[in-house]
Design a protein around this ligand. Structure first.
Ligand SMILES: [Zn+2]
Ligand SMILES: [Zn+2]
Length: 238
């Protein structure tokens, strides 16, 4: 463990001490750290052929998708190892809306076991929840995925750098344009010291990218030179 590590990232996450004994998807017995049997693990939709800039799944390999060619996103690179499809989407909704921490633990193990980006950031920041939603849900699903990943990669997790200053509507019910409007001005960034030059902002699911884009803009305005976006899974369409 490097001596520069932020001691806060060593605080236990909600997944500690979870060791599922059955596959979370099919119920087959006797599965260890991942929480999935080999067959179900093999069904996970990997996002291997995708746009380097926004991780949009592509039919055939190409450096960038049409949308990124037309208009550059406010971040430099995306790391999104899975597509938001069955059966991963089932685990995600159990974790996010059903309080199923074992499903979150499995998602976390899947993410950790994915090939990591060559260019690691100096710090990771999770997309924050507004405190009213945090109170209802009890945990921030993005932060809980970020904790073990940051520990695994040896990259500090900055917990207070981004704040959600305004409660927003649930993005799921909104169109792409409404999502952009909904998150505009909803975040603020603050660093105790000089901002790290390269930060990854992390969310659980990348849907339209509106939330991640707004976070990237806010971090850059606060002085971060390069912002990458990380998410567990990428929805197929913008
Ligand atoms: Zn299974
Ligand atoms: Zn793209």
């Amino acid at each position: 463990m490097s001596v520069n590590q932020n001691p806060r990232q060593l605080v236990d996450g909600v997944f500690d001490a979870l060791l599922p004994s059955h596959c979370l998807l099919c119920g087959a017995r006797g599965h260890g750290a991942m929480g999935l049997c080999a067959d179900c693990a093999a069904e996970m939709p990997r996002n291997d052929v995708c746009c380097a800039r926004c991780a949009l799944p592509l039919e055939s390999p190409a450096p960038l998708c049409g949308r990124c060619l037309r208009r550059e996103p406010p971040w430099a690179a995306a790391w999104v190892p899975f597509r938001y499809e069955w059966p991963l989407a089932q685990l995600e909704s159990r974790f996010k809306f059903g309080g199923d921490l074992a499903a979150g633990h499995t998602l976390s193990r899947l993410w950790i076991s994915s090939a990591k980006p060559a260019d690691l950031p100096r710090a990771i920041v999770a997309v924050p929840l507004h405190r009213s939603r945090l109170r209802r849900r009890g945990y921030n699903q993005a932060l809980e995925l970020a904790k073990p990943l940051a520990k695994h990669l040896g990259v500090p997790l900055l917990r207070d750098a981004l704040r959600r200053t305004r409660a927003t509507h649930a993005q799921a019910e909104l169109s792409a344009v409404q999502r952009r409007r909904n998150v505009r001005g909803a975040f603020s960034a603050r660093f105790d010291d000089a901002p790290p030059e390269h930060v990854a902002v992390l969310d659980d699911v990348f849907t339209t990218g509106a939330t991640l884009a707004e976070c990237a803009r806010v971090l850059k305005r606060a002085g971060v030179a390069r912002v990458d976006v990380w998410a567990m899974a990428r929805a197929p369409a913008h």
